[in-house]
Each structure stands twice: as structure tokens, then as C-alpha cells.
Write a new protein. Sequence first.
Length: 146
Amino acid sequence: MWSVEHGTYRNDEVNLLEPGGNYGWNPVPGYDETRPMTDFTLPGEQIGARWRSGNPTLATSGATWLDGEQWGDWQGSLAVATLAHQSLLIMRFDPDGSFVRMWQPAALNGDYGRLRSVVLGPDGDLYVTTANGDGADRILRISPAG
């Protein structure tokens, strides 16, 4: 199981979850937002993120795995929508969960504003919702190149 986390003003994360794992985020009143999402100064043993955005936040939101040979090199990759960055990120992880590389499809790079959710439809296409709050939000359909 994986999680995609939206950071404060930096350090969005993609984590490979482990039973009982500590991912080092402690948003209590007065939380120091200059600390990274995985705060290794907290008590206990924290598990580091498999991917981090760094500074500034990309504002990661929804994510889904791409499944099917029609996705070519992207098959088995994680598609991640972003709000602030207004882009779709395609992330490849190896079988052990280590980050390998990332693609950023030009067609969804700022052209539609903030991207909120991303799901793989029963037809194998990817559906992405926008979240611009202007009454003109959309559901975008992305078909793999074939």
C-alpha cells in the first residue's frame, strides 16, 4: 500500500506503507512547518519517503497506478495529480519500491489548472479532475498513445 501526501509549503511525499510504520509527521499545535514531512528528529524510527518534492510544494493530490500494456513504458507507474504545480507526474518505482524516474506529460502541464483526482477507468484510460473553483472544472480523459 502506498500513500501520496501533500506537504506544508514543501516536501510532498510518496510513501510505501509498512504495518506499524512511522513516517515522522507530527502536526500538533505549534508544529514547526520548516521541518520536512518525514521529521527524523522525532522520537522513534521513521521511514523515509520513496519520493519527495523538495521546496516548494507541488501540492500532490490524487494518484493511481497505470495498469495495462497500452501504457507502454508507463505501465506499472504511479500517476500523481498536483494542485499547485498544475501537472500530472508519472513516477516509476522498482520492485523494491525505490524511485527510478519521473515523466511529466506536456499535455497536462498547466493547461487545465489545478489537477485534483486521478483514476484509471474500466476502459483503461486515465481520468483526471480539475479543481480551479471557477465553475468550469472538468473531467479530463487521457488515453495512452497507441
